[in-house]
Each structure stands twice: as C-alpha cells, then as structure tokens.
Ligand binder design. Structure first.
Ligand SMILES: [Zn+2]
Length: 347
C-alpha cells in the first residue's frame, strides 16, 4: 500500500458503516422467519429454463440424438445410440428421474433405453451420487484422477470408473463419438471437457452456470487461476450448445462471453481495491488483534471491488447481489497468493 493512496480515516469509516457489526449478526442467531430474511434482486427471465413436469424433471433435445435432463438446479445429458445409452453424470437430485427421462425419449423414438456407458465429468458427489443406480453392468469412464479421488472417498454411490484417461479419450458407442479431454485443473483437479463434435455440444461442469453468477465463493473452485483460464479453453472448441451441469437451462457461446467479462470485471476491480483501500485505520483500531484488522480490511476491499460489479450485472446475471462478494473474496485471495499482486518485500 503506497502512502499516496491512503485515504482519510473519516472516508474509510464511512465505507465501513455498511459492514454489519458483530452485535448486529449476533441478534440474528434466533430462528428466522421468512419476513426477517433479506431481499434480493429479481431473477432475470433469461436465467430461467423450461418448467419441470409433475415428477420434477424436464427432458429436451439438444441436437439430434443428444438430450439433456434438469430438475431446475442440476443437469445431466444422454446420447441414445443403436447399442444403448451413454449418460453424462448422474446427479442424485435428479436420481431415478434420469431413467424416467431416458425411458420417455427412448420409447418415443423406438431406441434402446438401456444405459451402457456413464461418463463422469468430475468426482463430486452432487454430480455423480446416482451413479450406483445404474448397477454394475455399465461401463464408467472418467479421468485417472477421478478414479483416485473416488477410491479415496470410497462412496458406494459413486463406483470408480472402469476406463480412465490422462489427457484425452475418444469414446465410440453405436456409431457415435464423444471426445473427452483434460486441460489442466480448474474447478477440481479432475474436471474434464466433454465434447460431442457431431452434436455441436460442449459439457463442462461447475464453470459457467448459464444465466447465473457462480455459486458461493467462485463455485468453490479448487484451482482459481485454472478456473479463470477454463472459459478460453472451452471457447477454443467448436460448439453451439453448452451443458454446465447446473441451473435450468443450456448455455450459448454468448453466455460464456458474458461470464468471462464478469470474471474479468471482478479481477479489474480487485486490483483497484488493493490500491485504493487504506489499511491504516483497521490496524490502528484493532492493535495487536491482527485477524480482526485483516478481516475488516479485506471486507472493505471486497465491498469496494464487488459493488460496481453487482451494479453492472444485476438484471444481467441472476443472483449477482447474492454471491458476487464471496467470489470477489476468493479472487482477491488468489490474486494475492497465486499471482503475488500487492505483495510487498520488507525493506
Ligand atoms: Zn463440482
């Protein structure tokens, strides 16, 4: 922090008034009723997908014999072939509705409804927890690291993949082609790009959630620089339809462009905050309680950086006012710790 950037105590104090105090938070400890809960901006209609049926799912065609299923929060996809069905992820929230959706499409088209292959996007239980519903006679395909992580987790709901790959794998079933590739760590160490070139579709889970800002704390991404780099890798593929694994609709290339701009805007505003927010008053106020000083200083940086982004994207991306601040904090820490932004060497 250069002294020329320091602001007066008065100005920073005014900015801090917006940060809730410990006393105010403690007052919320009792059970909330819905009238006590905070209000958020309305969801833009563009964020919403088709309505689910009475059983709680929607199934629709993506392109030709490729379909997608959603419960409004999670997504899966499947490819019907002359030899059986290839399923992509098995979220437990969709659960038995996966087979119902497949049955519905298979009977309408007179093709097999038997799932013969199950492709794993990454090891997380919220996308694979219904894998075991498909039994032992299904060929499961995933990254080598997915196999390691699932062996570690030892969850009977998520059997380890039978076929693994390190860099890439072409899956051919019933005359259809699926290109699987690993391009470095991002959301998790094992998250892969699932490309169906003959169906103009890319599936990449937990990166772009079309129409919405990322889930809490930048989608809980384990590798923040790797996750920031993922959209450009996704855009290097030819595709028209995008399956993001979450929320109620498919994505487009334009959705990816908006998402990249959103992340770039957070990065640019974090850099501004690192230069603009004066740490002095926090350390003066909290003395030897270093954590209190750092906590409040960083909260002020996050508020400074996220406010213009929330303003810009409210009405554009759903829940910009809900999760932009927590994502900003994660990106702030990554810029400091991974990239060394604002790092100062003691004289
Ligand atoms: Zn995940």
């Amino acid at each position: 922090m250069s002294p020329t950037n320091r602001r007066s105590f008065l100005a920073t104090g005014a900015a801090l008034a917006a940060v809730p105090t410990v006393a105010a938070l403690a007052g919320q400890a009792s059970a909330a009723t819905s009238t006590d809960l905070p209000d958020y901006a309305p969801i833009p209609p563009s964020a919403l997908g088709p309505a689910v049926n009475s059983q709680g799912y929607y199934v629709g065609r993506i392109e030709k014999n490729l379909y997608w299923v959603t419960d409004g929060t999670y997504q899966s996809a499947f490819l019907t072939t002359r030899e059986g069905v290839v399923l992509f992820d098995a979220p437990p929230t969709i659960g038995h509705n996966l087979q119902r959706a497949i049955d519905e499409i298979a009977s309408a088209n007179g093709v097999s409804n038997r799932v013969t292959h199950l492709v794993y996007s990454h090891h997380h239980a919220d996308h694979l927890g219904a894998s075991s519903l498909f039994g032992k006679n299904v060929v499961r395909i995933g990254h080598a690291e997915t196999r390691k992580l699932l062996a570690r987790d030892n969850d009977p709901a998520r059997p380890v993949p039978d076929i693994t790959f390190e860099k890439s794998h072409t899956l051919r079933v019933g005359g259809e082609r699926v290109e699987l590739a690993w391009h470095g760590t991002n959301h998790t160490p094992d998250n892969v790009y699932i490309h169906l070139p003959d169906h103009k579709t890319l599936m990449l889970v937990d990166v772009l959630l079309p129409g919405w800002v990322p889930f809490d704390s930048f989608n809980l991404n384990e590798d923040v620089p790797g996750s920031i780099a993922a959209p450009a890798k996704a855009m290097s593929y030819p595709w028209k339809h995008f399956v993001g694994g979450h929320i109620g609709r498919l994505g487009s290339r334009q959705d990816m462009v908006v998402y990249q701009q959103y992340v770039d805007d957070i990065i640019a505003n974090v850099k501004k905050a690192l230069a603009a927010v004066d740490p002095t008053p926090f350390f003066v106020k909290y003395g030897n309680n270093s954590w209190a000083a750092v906590k409040e200083y960083q909260a002020a940086q996050v508020a400074y950086a996220s406010a213009p982004v929330i303003k810009k994207y409210t009405g554009v991306l759903a829940a910009a006012d809900v999760y932009t601040a927590s994502t900003t904090f994660i990106i702030l820490e990554s810029l400091r710790l991974d990239l060394g932004v604002d790092s100062q060497v003691h004289a």
